[in-house]
Design a protein. Sequence first.
Length: 277
Amino acid sequence: MEEMLRAQDVRFRYDPDQPVWAVNGVSMDVKKGEFVAVLGANGCGKSTLAKHFNAILLPEKGTVLVEDIDTRTEEKLYDIRQKVGMVFQNPDNQIVATVVEEDVAFAPENLGVPPAEIRTRVDEAMKMAGIYEKRHAAPHKLSGGQKQRVAIAGVLAMRPDCIVLDEATAMLDPKGRRQVMETIDKLRAAGVTIVSITHYMEEAARADRVLVMNAGRIVMEGTPEQIFAQTERLHSYHLDVPQAAELRDALEEIGLPAPRQIITPDAAADWLYELLK
């Protein structure tokens, strides 16, 4: 599988006069079509790393490649940001228009995309993001989850190969988070590469691969099943496990050892059903 993103020994600090690295020697890659979740406690460097993927930040040392383009290549900045779209924590900071469909059209219009193609792109993006029925609404009247889907649609209208979600569900209630995760499922089905910076374990449990960061470094990497089987180690990094994994651990404590790969409600329900048959 081809690489979408690659970081090679990336180091970054916000103040070059200080010895503390926000990102400290990170090497990783993301394959095309993959869904990678990045976990870590506050201040671990995960959002700083995310901002390197579309050249908002540039590494002080090391290299970041987007489809083999070095993010330091100034004349390629436009290409990089077309390939990698970012969705941030607060959708209000990304919404610029007073009508949903106009907001989604904003970036393609600025790029000089022909009007007929803009219409096609905007409709496709709104449908993919699950916000098409609100296309004539005022964004400020929408719920948090709906606003975040407008922000995602605005990025999709650029037709990126990869979307980086930087704590995109952090300000949402459970319903809003569920709406955004449904959109992510649609994007995955369409072959879009996804990198999700999150502190919600249930979201990370749906990824193809999970990276755990601590003090600017990647300290764990594997499938969700491999990562969430290691409860004690995650606790040492001030992280929890999904609720289904908590149930698994609680059952183990009372003498009912459950398979370590139980990390989702469906897997827990299937195992309990078989146990009680």
